[in-house]
Design a protein around this ligand. Structure first.
Ligand SMILES: [Zn+2]
Length: 113
């Protein structure tokens, strides 16, 4: 069982990554926590929540996994989560550093702008 120091070390390593690399690492981990039973499927995802001053509520977008094939094995542009899109299959908004990605829920290809 990892110690608090082990987890702190891992957190420090993750915090040092640019966002596109952090997303790629989490793409390899979060789907492993998917649970399905009795017709219910729960997927652990990364999301971006945006709040606006003086406005109630927030905008919630799921972080799409970059389409590495589209980027010839790369992770897409080294920028923040500036691209926005929508997964038509899940009817949910997605965001990414990349213009081509995969919905973290259903795996559909998403085009972001
Ligand atoms: Zn989807």
């Amino acid at each position: 069982m990892p110690t608090d120091e082990d987890r702190d070390h891992l957190a420090d390593q993750l915090a040092a990554l640019p966002v596109r690399e952090l997303v790629d690492v989490l793409r390899r981990v979060l789907p492993r926590y998917t649970e399905s039973s009795y017709g219910i499927r729960t997927v652990l995802v990364l999301a971006a929540a945006t709040q606006y001053e003086n406005e109630p509520g927030l905008d919630l977008e799921l972080v799409a996994w970059p389409d590495r094939d589209y980027y010839n094995g790369g992770l897409g542009p080294d920028q923040g989560l500036w691209e926005d899109g929508h997964c038509a299959r899940c009817d949910t908004d997605v965001t990414s550093n990349a213009k081509r990605g995969y919905c973290p829920i259903c795996g559909s290809r998403c085009t972001l702008t």
